[in-house]
Design a protein. Sequence first.
Length: 113
Amino acid sequence: QVQLVESGGGLVQPGGSLRLSCACSGISISRYGMGWYRQAPGKERELVATISSGGNTMYVDSVKGRFLISKNNAENTVYLQMNRLTPEDTAVYYCNVLSRPYWGQGTQVTVSP
């Protein structure tokens, strides 16, 4: 059984940083591309960043230069380092195994003064 468990969300002031983690079990992330998505209230879920099995990364334009996706294959964990956060980054952030129907429960990120 595949399980993805996100953590690290919270309330942060604009300009602050957070590091999200996605602990995976039942699947070896070394074999799959992984992604972080987010969904803000009233909006569709959007892809934020991906990392391929080989470590190549991709970012949506709105987070380029501020967010960094990484992974630790030995720990089977994917990370999203988020810097210079703005209120527009407020959303529930989800971890996903790309091209697979495996999702975590999400972690809330709120950026507010």
